[in-house]
Design a protein around this ligand. Structure first.
Ligand SMILES: [Zn+2]
Length: 74
């Protein structure tokens, strides 16, 4: 698909690192499958992947950890 941020690049399936913040919790999730722009590096998560990483971030926030680094497991 065409990148909606830079409007010139195209995206390709790849692996990225997603960083999310929930209140005082920062969650870093590695190895997340995403469509990544070849030009600007913006990433786009599919609906189920996005749901999954947001749920993981919420779960970490509930445990009140400050920083957590996870690996995405499908
Ligand atoms: Zn782009």
């Amino acid at each position: 698909m065409k990148c909606t941020i830079c409007k010139t690049g195209h995206t390709h399936l790849g692996i990225t690192t997603v960083t999310l913040q929930r209140d005082n919790t920062v969650v870093v999730i590695r190895d997340v499958p995403a469509e990544i722009c070849e030009d600007c590096g913006e990433y786009y998560l599919s609906e189920p992947v996005a749901r999954r990483v947001y749920a993981d971030a919420d779960e970490s926030a509930h445990r009140h950890v400050e920083v957590e680094i996870q690996r995405y497991a499908a």
